[in-house]
Design a protein around this ligand. Structure first.
Ligand code: ATP
Ligand code: MG
Length: 176
């Protein structure tokens, strides 16, 4: 799919607006610099990755807030979801990507979840040819990074997205 990244990020951030407000958290979306108008990737998978990261960020944050930033450089899209939440202990930072693993922080057991979100997120990122990594400071917050390597520099489609172009209709221009 040709995905309009800023529109997709807006949509996903809006999905969590009410949850953030209900917890008194800020929720910001910052596009840093110039983004390609379209990214060729699987929109459903990318949306699911963003939903998983944002739902965790809000679930495990009780003060402050969550910031989503997106950057583009050297054919790589970098999306960061940064929170000021409970954080993850160094011993848990890789474990949390394993299926059914939930961190050891006492607060985690109070939150609903079965420990699959990040395992799925990492698998989906790999299917898109990218990767998800985490860094965190216990008690201060976490940052999850999604890196998507784009197959080619994306410009807007060169031909106009007219109905005739999409279906490949040449009509009267065809020579027999
Ligand atoms: P679910 O399957 O519903 O997503 P979950 O949120 O517990 O359950 P994951 O999303 O896989 O599972 O996350 C695994 C664990 O990683 C969590 O249980 C939590 O301990 C830790 N974790 C994930 N995101 C964050 C975050 N933003 N801040 C602090 N801890 C986090
Ligand atoms: Mg989760």
């Amino acid at each position: 799919d040709l995905v309009r990244l800023p529109a997709l990020l807006d949509l996903v951030v809006d999905m969590f607006r009410m949850q953030a407000t209900a917890k008194g958290l800020s929720l910001d979306y910052v596009a840093d610099g110039r983004l390609p108008p379209f990214v060729r990737t699987d929109e459903k998978r990318l949306r699911q990755i963003l939903i998983n990261l944002l739902s965790n960020a809000i679930k495990y944050t009780h003060a402050g807030g969550v910031t989503v930033t997106v950057r583009y450089r050297s054919q790589t899209v970098l999306v960061e979801v940064t929170d000021t939440g409970i954080g993850i202990a160094p011993a848990d930072i890789e474990r949390v990507f394993e299926p059914f693993e939930r961190g050891g922080a006492p607060d985690v057991a109070l939150q609903p979840g079965i420990g699959l979100g990040l395992a799925i997120t990492r698998a989906l990122a790999r299917l898109l040819g990218g990767e998800v990594t985490a860094s965190s400071e216990e008690g201060r917050g976490s940052r999850f990074q999604l890196r998507l390597m784009l197959p080619e520099p994306m410009a807007a489609p060169s031909r106009a997205l007219t109905y005739a172009n999409v279906i490949g209709y040449r009509g009267a221009r065809r020579t027999l």
